[in-house]
Design a protein around this ligand. Structure first.
Ligand SMILES: Cc1cc2nc3c(=O)[nH]c(=O)nc-3n(C[C@H](O)[C@H](O)[C@H](O)COP(=O)(O)OP(=O)(O)OC[C@H]3O[C@@H](n4cnc5c(N)ncnc54)[C@H](O)[C@@H]3O)c2cc1C
Length: 344
């Protein structure tokens, strides 16, 4: 029997993010699976009433909140103080929270303050023998482990894209405001710098991951490299398909070696063992060999396709659902033409 606290920060407009709604979906499912358990909502932010109203129909027995302008920004000291107060007010034994830079930073310290335990990068929650159990990956997504803990409170940070988002009727919720003595502010956020939306190539919510490999910058059949056309084809596709852009290590490393490169590509795009492990329903690898240190980053990509000139490339060794043995320049030229001709 657990007292489950769904603990989430609100967005700038006072509502909940997609990841927070996914965590709520998982929290609700777990509450139903663990007989006698109850669900409490805890919200933190500059404004929290819109979020409380958004989840009014979620079945939480109480909705607790800490609101204030100091909580508009992610800051360890204020976030940790607010989260600690909510955990105590709820008498929570299990605290389920969305993984993101804000909570990943603040909640491990909160676990320490509460004398509890924390698990980050969790990908699934379930009841096993009447007890909560979590799943997470180890050794760069090569091994999956399921574990339970006896220590309480237990804080669990759930990764995005792992559970169906809660959806239900909005309403008018009553929020119990929990008093917190926030510590003196020593950090102030003076502004945000972000690239314009159309220059942003990493899109975690995209349906498709488009991976570019080093082949785009290599000499082609005419004996020449065609980096300029590669850039135009890739950016054209990303713009119309709103896909997220991934890269191989070889391609992003080329810039350091002074070779012809795709200027919009950085190490942040790198997928793989020493890169990221993004989550998307589909993936398309182009001019990429599909070696294991790269494809290990495809663990959470649903349907995988690749375009490679080489029928013996690594994608053909059971790593792709479909391999097109073709020239990626020709294929993407045609794909972009078809996308442009689509009725809008
Ligand atoms: C410890 C360690 C960690 C690593 N971590 C990572 C990592 O995190 N991520 C990562 O990506 N790699 C990683 N690597 C490197 C990895 O092993 C590969 O070297 C790398 O992924 C190769 O990149 P690539 O496929 O783009 O390049 P290449 O191996 O050079 O392959 C280029 C491909 O392009 C194809 N091609 C060329 N022209 C065309 C065309 N016109 N149309 C279609 N296909 C074409 C070629 O047939 C070829 O298969 C790691 C390696 C080590 C040792």
């Amino acid at each position: 029997m657990e007292t489950i606290l769904f603990l989430a920060p609100t967005e700038a407009d006072g509502t909940l993010s997609q990841n927070a709604l996914e965590t709520l979906g998982a929290a609700k499912a777990l509450t139903a699976e663990l007989a006698g358990s109850s669900l409490i909502a805890g919200l933190v932010g500059a404004t929290i009433q819109p979020a409380a109203n958004q989840i009014a129909g979620c079945g939480a027995t109480r909705c607790l909140g800490v609101a204030g302008t100091e909580l508009a920004q992610s800051r360890y000291s204020t976030d940790a103080a607010a989260a600690e107060a909510l955990a105590q007010a709820a008498g929570a034994t299990l605290i389920l929270a969305p993984a993101g830079s804000r909570w990943n930073r603040a909640l491990p310290g909160v676990a320490q303050r509460l004398g509890g335990r924390v698990d980050t990068h969790v990908t699934a929650l379930a009841a096993a023998d009447g007890k909560p159990a979590i799943t997470r990956w180890y050794y760069r997504q090569r091994m999956e482990g399921t574990l339970t803990r006896t220590t309480r409170p237990w804080i669990v940070l759930l990764e995005s894209g792992c559970a169906p988002a809660w959806s239900g009727d909005a309403g008018r919720a009553t929020v119990e405001n929990i008093p917190v003595a926030l510590p003196p502010l020593r950090t102030s956020v003076t502004g945000l710098k972000a690239p314009p939306a159309d220059e942003q190539t990493i899109r975690p919510d995209a349906k498709l991951l488009f991976v570019a490999g080093a082949g785009w910058t290599k000499k082609q059949a005419d004996g020449l490299a065609h980096a300029a056309e590669a850039e135009q084809l890739i950016l054209g596709f990303l713009k119309t398909a709103q896909a997220s852009l991934g890269s191989t290590k070889s391609l992003v490393d080329l810039s350091g070696e002074g070779q012809a490169v795709l200027k919009f590509m950085t190490h942040l795009n790198q997928v793989g063992q020493t890169g990221s492990t993004p989550r998307h329903p589909k993936g398309l690898a182009t001019c990429c060999h599909g070696e294991e240190p790269h494809t290990v980053g495809w663990r959470f990509i649903g349907e995988r396709r690749a375009i490679n000139l080489n029928a013996g490339c690594s994608w053909a060794q059971g790593k792709a659902d479909v391999l097109y043995v073709a020239d990626a320049f020709a294929v993407m030229r045609e794909v972009n033409r078809l996308l442009a001709a689509r009725p809008s």
